[in-house]
Design a protein around this ligand. Structure first.
Ligand code: GYE
Length: 324
């Protein structure tokens, strides 16, 4: 393995002009046969995750990459076991979408020691040693939260008096949760009338989102706005609001993130008010990065996806072409 790795490193250096091989992570060995990628995915809790896995599977097939996907079931221990299994079977590249940000150093160090490069996709890790992964592809979650908050600031620009907001967070500790919390808080801070009165983990699922919202509705009778960290949670909030005979989108405004078909449909129907896009179709960009790493090149450290946001009118226009 060591000899093969060094051989490829040298080839990579010659081909790419002094790039690669830094930080102890070497490009995969050789040679004849396809590049083998082990992908540790967060889970299947949302349409976003399902579309993301599908996009990566399709792009791998098109690129002639042999892909093994393991479902982490939203559990860090499962993902760590899956990464160790990939290392045991000697994959060329590991792709990881980490359920939470912290606690990855030991297993990533093992990957580094084994000479297996790691690419992060979607969510990121919080580590002081950035040589533990080669590159990170995904969304700017802080920007997503900020976009949601800025829309709200605009909506209430002329209004007087407090606006009471509840937040249904994504999985506690996930990069997408932390970023959205931060960006939203920063944006609404410009208007002291905009008050986040409660914020709880909705686990990125419709069921938990509904449970959390039902709890908020019992506790507070004057909620103006919900910021849900994904469409599933927002749709769960719709269920809970309808269950107490209020009108989602009218009596209580709802903002979500993702812009899946189900999210945009509810937006077009007036049950949601604003949806920030988070693009799951990362497969083609990911395979470009895999190919660069496999060729011994050093890709950019951070690759961001381009995203937009929808109101009720633009959702109606976008829906017919929506893929996920
Ligand atoms: O928004 C949510 C999912 O990390 C961007 O995870 C991802 C998030 C996405 O379950 O629907």
């Amino acid at each position: 393995m060591i000899a093969r790795v060094w051989g490829v490193c040298l080839a990579g250096l010659l081909a790419a002009g002094a790039l690669g091989c830094g930080g102890g992570q070497s490009p995969p060995a050789d040679d004849d046969g396809p590049v083998v990628v082990g992908f540790s995915q967060v889970g299947t809790e949302s349409a976003w995750q399902v579309a993301n896995t599908e996009s990566i599977r399709e792009a791998a097939a098109a690129a002639g990459v042999r892909l093994e996907v393991r479902d982490g079931m939203q559990k860090q221990e499962q993902q760590i076991a899956d990464i160790r299994a990939f290392l045991g079977s000697g994959v060329d590249v590991i792709v990881l979408s980490p359920v939470v940000e912290s606690g990855w150093d030991a297993v990533l160090q093992d990957a580094k020691d084994a000479g297996t490069p790691v690419i992060l996709v979607d969510r990121t890790v919080d580590t002081t040693d950035t040589s533990l992964y080669v590159t990170a592809l995904g969304s700017d979650f802080v920007a997503e939260g900020r976009t949601a908050g800025e829309w709200l600031v605009e909506q209430y620009r002329e209004a007087d008096g407090p606006v009471r907001i509840v937040e249904i967070e994504g999985t506690t500790g996930a990069a997408s949760t932390n970023g959205r919390l931060k960006g939203f808080a920063e944006a609404v801070a410009v208007d002291p009338d905009l008050q986040v009165i409660a914020s709880r983990d909705g686990g990125f699922t419709r069921e938990q989102g509904a449970r959390v919202m039902a709890g908020f509705l019992k506790k507070y009778d004057d909620i103006d706005v919900v910021f849900a960290h994904n469409d599933e949670e927002g749709l769960g909030a719709v269920d809970a609001i309808e269950a107490v005979r209020k009108r989602p989108g009218t009596d209580i405004k709802i903002i979500t993130v993702d812009a899946t078909r189900a999210g945009l449909t509810a937006l077009a129907q007036g049950k949601l008010n604003y949806v920030v896009e988070c693009n799951p179709l990362l497969g083609p960009q990911l395979m470009e990065l895999v190919e660069q790493v496999a060729a011994g090149q050093t890709p950019p450290r951070r690759v961001l996806t381009t995203e937009t946001a929808f109101d009720q009118e633009s959702a109606r226009a976008a829906l017919p072409g929506r893929k996920y």
